[in-house]
Design a protein around this ligand. Structure first.
Ligand SMILES: NC(=O)c1ccc[n+]([C@@H]2O[C@H](COP(=O)([O-])OP(=O)(O)OC[C@H]3O[C@@H](n4cnc5c(N)ncnc54)[C@H](OP(=O)(O)O)[C@@H]3O)[C@@H](O)[C@H]2O)c1
Length: 306
């Protein structure tokens, strides 16, 4: 099969396009002929060697949408020809490829109305946003939430879920992406280049940070007493608050079919729409990574694999 893979850690140039062996379905697994796979913020971190978990060569990529082409023993609830989407198990990469083998239990049927490109765009970002907003922060109607990095993949989904719950949503973005995040439903938009977000918003019940670094550390300042903050871009642990009347949380982002089915449900009821997508071919993976690593685009970068 064709794939975009690495044989060593390094810059975007280490991404090669070529042939890797076809995967075989292990017990409880299905092989999926990948139609689309998306670029996630984690992928360039894997490429540079921040997660040293794989043997070379290996294809990058964590989420995909495609069609089941082989079913092993134990994968009884899916059949050849089913259109499915999903996210690799934590620690597994391999979606930048024409085929992938994954546990059947962690993929879900793709709604007909959702294209493969949009399903791939929504899979890991949606699962992460749901883990943060619904499971971890347990956001409630009427609460005020600051979502950091509104134009990104995870945050764009989170804005829509938070609005669907009935929260008041404040988000940060550069000037170029203000209209985009308003279109996703944000009630208030802070241009982080023009103003200090810690002065522009206060009294939040919750914060969801997808940016990391200083932005994460400073986010505690906008919480009201008793507030809670969830962090996904600060490594495996949430940063430690500099005050003792708020809670810092690290969403687990576990892989589960139920989250994918929730993404499908939110799409079908019109609560969530797919992000703006920029399409690439697998042979253009290095270019897609340059854009992703630059961290100033909007929506999602998606490979149209077949
Ligand atoms: N399992 C997990 O824990 C998990 C899962 C998914 C993602 N993540 C992590 O979550 C983070 C976000 O992922 P993603 O794929 O959603 O990111 P992304 O799409 O790569 O985020 C890019 C966005 O960040 C915005 N941005 C950059 N700097 C900003 C700032 N200072 N303030 C506000 N917005 C800023 C950019 O908007 P502008 O152009 O407007 O600046 C751009 O739209 C990554 O670090 C990723 O590794 C973790």
């Amino acid at each position: 099969m064709k794939a975009a893979f690495i044989e060593q850690y390094g810059g975007p140039e280490v991404l090669k396009y070529g042939d890797l062996a076809d995967p075989v379905a292990g017990l409880g697994e299905v092989v999926i002929d990948v139609v689309a796979a998306s670029v996630n913020g984690a992928d360039w971190k894997v490429r540079v060697g921040q997660y040293k978990q794989s043997k070379f060569p290996f294809a990058l990529g964590r989420d995909f949408s495609g069609v089941v082409s082989a079913v092993s023993e134990g994968a009884t609830d899916l059949k050849v020809g089913d259109a499915v989407f999903g996210v690799c198990e934590a620690g597994q990469e391999g979606a930048y490829a024409e085929k992938i083998a994954v546990k059947a239990a962690i993929v879900a049927k793709k709604p007909d109305a959702l294209s493969h490109v949009d399903a791939a765009a929504l899979a890991l970002t949606g699962l992460t946003a749901l883990s943060a907003i619904e499971d971890t922060l347990q956001l409630k109607p009427g609460e005020k939430i600051l979502i950091q990095g509104g134009a990104g993949g995870v945050a764009g989904f989170a804005i829509q879920v938070a609005k669907h719950i009935g929260a008041h949503v404040v988000t940060t973005t550069s000037a170029a992406n203000q209209a985009y995040v308003r279109g996703l439903g944000a009630d208030e938009v802070i241009d982080y280049n023009a103003s200090d977000f810690t002065k522009a918003v206060s009294g939040c019940d919750a914060v969801f940070d997808t940016v990391g670094g200083d932005v994460a550390e400073k986010s505690f300042a906008v919480l009201k007493p008793g507030g809670r903050a969830a962090f996904i871009a600060s490594g495996a642990q949430a940063p430690k608050p500099d005050r003792d009347d708020v809670t810092a949380l690290r969403p687990p982002v576990g892989r589960a079919r139920r989250h994918l089915e929730r993404i499908a449900e939110l799409f079908q009821i019109g609560a969530v729409r797919p992000p703006e997508v920029k399409l690439y071919r697998l042979s253009e993976a290095a270019n897609a990574h340059r854009v992703s690593e630059g961290r100033h685009f909007r929506g999602k970068l998606v490979f149209k694999v077949r």
